[in-house]
Design a protein around this ligand. Sequence first.
Ligand code: F6P
Length: 394
Amino acid sequence: MPSKSAPVAGQSALAALKKSSSKTSLNGKPTQVKTVGVLTSGGDCSGLNATLRGVVKTLINDYGVKVIGYRDGFRGMIENDYQQLTLTHVSGILSIGGTILGTSNKANPFRQYQPKTGEFKDVSKKVVADAKKLGIDALIAIGGDGTMSMAARFTEMGLPTVGIPKTIDNDLMATDLTFGFYTAVEIVKESIDRINTTAMSHHRVMVIEVMGRYAGWIALYGGVAGGADVILIPEIPYSIDAVAEACARRNKEGKGFTIIVIAEGAKPIGGDITVQKIVKDSFDQVRLGGVGMQLQAELEKKLGRIEVRVTVLGHLQRGGTPTAFDRILSTRFGAYAAGMVMRGEFAMMAALRGSEIVSVPISDVAGKNKFVSPDHELIRAAKSLGTSFGEPKR
Ligand code: F6P
């Protein structure tokens, strides 16, 4: 069950500190927080800076806490590379993409790649000891599912940690949304709008490959927002014949062009996902990509003289300024997570449930992924409007 305790943010620094030093945490441990470490980990996305701003300003303004930022995610913890974060450091960063701290999807204290030997080593004990030496009382880890698993393990090892969910993929359990997702969706929508006009002029089939790993959230939401004619997601394996038929049908109806949005993790019925490369020293070693080109080749065989072109949106979806929605969500997550630390809600993650921000146990999130249900209300709505999901005729 999510904890619905009201955020402490807003109380005077003195009152909150008194409260934190006299009370015990939810885990039964005394909460005396004077210094908090923070890091951004995994693939970046829009809203990381807005979240850091929320964390740092709340910790300093409301609780008088010192904040240490680790550089490049867990690499900073492993190599003791950090800096104090003051109000000045986080001023003016709300609208800026990326992360002022840097990030890494390779550094992993529990399984750190050793380039010399090619082996993996657990350096987590040293990392926790170094953090303690530095005076870190608690850590706020901003990241995806891999980061959340580490947050839970650090708490068990005596470094109390709170998580904030981040990923453009929106595939984290226990939260309705992650920040960065709606900015990515906005970029997909904008790209479809632009590709639409050239598709119309040349009477082409345009394939737009989007990110999302093994989940179809970006393709579904971006595709619906851009009015795509065909949306292909990992959760619904597609029939190439059904996709070709949808294009041919539009031509017959005199539309003369088709927009197809395909998630990088989509696969044909009976086929496999398209792997671009394996990154050995990364949390998640598989990099997806290339399914759009594959679809192009297959479609061209079926469509004869109709031309098919592909656009891979790639990292455009992760860069640039966050939307108003993501700036607000990031600010809320950041301020709330600062309160979680002061209330001792460790091994917990800030989450959005409906319109409320709540605390959920990291065990509900770690090692799990949230997928699109083929019966999702948005899929049903899109189908009613004539969008094809590449399903074969029954
Ligand atoms: O998880 C975020 C994400 O952008 C995925 O959508 C994508 O598959 C992956 O990261 C790309 O990773 P990299 O930046 O290492 O290429």
